[in-house]
Design a protein around this ligand. Structure first.
Ligand SMILES: Cc1cc2nc3c(=O)[nH]c(=O)nc-3n(C[C@H](O)[C@H](O)[C@H](O)COP(=O)(O)OP(=O)(O)OC[C@H]3O[C@@H](n4cnc5c(N)ncnc54)[C@H](O)[C@@H]3O)c2cc1C
Length: 509
């Protein structure tokens, strides 16, 4: 029986981490699962690409919580990943370094809460109590999210009040030291943080995982997608690439099948969308969901996008440094996201890549600056995905990319002049690259932007108004490897029961 006429228990649209983790769990539980992916490569933001024999990650630069006994380590044991992944732990005393103009000090985020407190207190004498109180708050908030501790059930989040706390305001409340405020918030590109918007729980769940432990995937994060998809297939699941879902066809109030852009239809009992929320709504024709629900989902703003420079270095010229750098040319790190033509870039995040082929040296760097989708207007009509939809955006787009690359290089070299002679070649991506490869509407970095002023609006349930359509992925829980892994558990719990599933996961770890 071919793909077209099969009827599956579960049809998952999108092979991002959320789609693959859901497929793994449900296959393991005996469901007949089919994953449909529009691209050639599986994995969504786990995808890698190669230039001049160097592998670049597109959306996984480091992962937290992977030490023995920590949350992602336990989840990954359930997914059969822990003994397969090639990992390298980052510097214990400074996995992330934050720097500022006219200040030679490298401010360090260290691994382990005690180490984090010790290291920052050395750099900020007199602030130890405030740093401790910040760390206590981070841990307290994380304890309100049971699934982050592999526990079933849900606590009364609204009663906890911190859903309604603005991250910037909270950080300003614990210390008057402006530099320390900037250092604590300095890794906010990890969640595309916005002043007067990003809730404290988002900051806490993200920084906590890295403070617990921070790891790089050797030779790229695509290994996660590879191991998961191999396991899914071994358990009898099917994964089909070059299958772009176009719309859902209904029988009564339920989805009967999903129709691909090439006209094929794939039938199933339950459908799980791992795609952009707004695009998922577009796949449901009017009349099958209430306009108010569609409007609520489609009116949620996404996090901003990015311009990324992928730098191939001359072999053996730059000794490997085992930390990321977050550099700002401004006095307030929250302001990096608000730029105009004259002020871009206000800073950057830099991720050195570790290659097992060239140990001891860094053969490539990834440098990321914020970029708004609105800058893409002139070329937004052109879809470009290698190898299935290869369209040129023309010379003006190439000129734009080159101009932005040079601006980012200028900022980079001003801060790290020794890099100047080490560049072999470079490539870049824009918000359109992410829009096309991931299938979002605007190249968003991390999906919907959570908002402390209206926390419930940005809390997305895995259940939709269509009885047999569930959601998974970064929009419904939190982005990132840990956030999305947990989101797959939230989704699969709708079918398996949360207590049952958490017990299974805990037993495996
Ligand atoms: C630049 C960048 C850097 C990041 N860095 C980190 C990091 O260092 N650490 C970390 O933990 N997280 C990081 N993240 C976040 C993390 O990568 C994502 O949160 C996570 O991978 C998203 O998983 P997802 O399941 O939501 O699926 P996505 O990755 O969003 O994938 C969705 C999939 O659905 C497919 N699809 C879409 N539409 C259709 C359709 N119509 N038919 C069929 N298939 C479709 C897409 O092709 C894609 O494969 C980063 C993200 C970005 C963009």
């Amino acid at each position: 029986m071919g793909l077209t006429d099969s009827k599956y228990d579960i049809v998952i649209i999108g092979s991002g981490l959320g789609g693959l983790c859901s497929a793994y769990t449900l296959s393991k539980e005996g469901y007949k699962v089919c994953v449909l992916e529009k691209n050639r490569q599986l994995g969504g933001s786990l995808q890698i690409f190669s230039r001049d024999k160097v592998i670049f990650d597109t959306g996984i630069h480091y992962i937290g919580g992977l030490s023995e006994g920590q949350n992602l380590n336990r989840y990954f044991k359930y997914f059969g990943l822990m003994d397969k992944l090639k990992l390298k732990q980052m510097d214990m005393d400074g996995f992330d370094i934050v720097t500022f103009p006219n200040d030679p000090i490298e401010y360090k985020h260290a691994q382990g809460y005690d180490n984090f407190i010790r290291s920052l207190s050395e750099q900020f004498p007199g602030e130890k109590e405030n740093i401790e109180s910040y760390c206590n708050k981070m841990r307290e908030i994380c304890s309100f999210f049971p699934l982050y501790n592999l526990e079933a059930g849900s606590k009364d989040l609204l009663a906890a009040k911190f859903l309604e706390i603005d991250t910037k305001v909270y950080i300003e409340s614990i210390t008057n030291n402006k530099k320390l405020q900037n250092v604590l918030a300095g890794t906010n590109p990890l969640y595309a943080g916005e002043a007067n918007k990003t809730p404290l729980y988002v900051h806490a769940l993200v920084v906590n995982t890295y403070i617990e432990s921070a790891w790089k995937c050797l030779d790229g994060g695509a290994q996660i997608a590879k191991h998961l998809s191999d396991a899914i297939k071994k358990m009898g699941g099917e994964i089909h690439n070059y299958c772009e879902a176009a719309k859902f066809n209904f029988s009564g109030s339920d989805i009967k099948n999903v129709e691909l852009t090439d006209g094929r239809t794939i039938g199933g009992k339950t459908f799980i969308s791992n795609c952009d929320l707004s695009k998922t709504m577009d796949m449901i024709e009017p009349g099958h969901i209430r306009q108010a629900y569609r409007h609520r989902i489609q009116s949620i703003q996404n996090t901003t996008s990015s311009f990324i420079l992928y730098i191939v270095l001359k072999k053996g010229t730059l000794p490997y440094f085992n930390h990321n750098k977050y550099h700002y040319d401004i006095d307030d790190v929250w302001d990096a996201i608000n730029y105009d033509e004259d002020t871009w870039p206000k800073g950057y995040a830099m991720f050195p890549q570790y290659s097992s082929k060239n140990p001891g040296y860094t053969d490539s760097l990834i440098v990321m600056g914020y970029m708004k989708y609105s800058e893409m207007e002139a070329w937004a009509d052109v879809i470009n995905i290698i190898p299935n939809k290869v369209n040129s955006r023309g010379e003006s787009y190439e000129e734009f990319k080159e101009r932005k690359s040079q601006l980012l290089f200028k900022t980079l070299f001003a801060h790290m002049p020794h890099l100047k002679g080490n560049v072999e070649s470079y490539y870049s991506s824009t918000p359109l690259t992410y829009r096309d490869y991931i299938g979002s509407r605007d190249g968003t970095l991390y999906g919907i932007a959570k908002d402390f002023r209206d926390p419930l609006k940005t809390f997305i349930s895995p259940k939709t108004k269509v009885p047999n359509l569930l959601l998974t992925g970064q929009n419904l829980n939190l982005h990132g490897v840990l956030g999305v892994t947990v989101s797959s558990v939230v989704t699969c719990s709708e079918l398996l029961g949360q207590e049952y599933l958490i017990k299974k996961i805990a037993e495996a770890s």
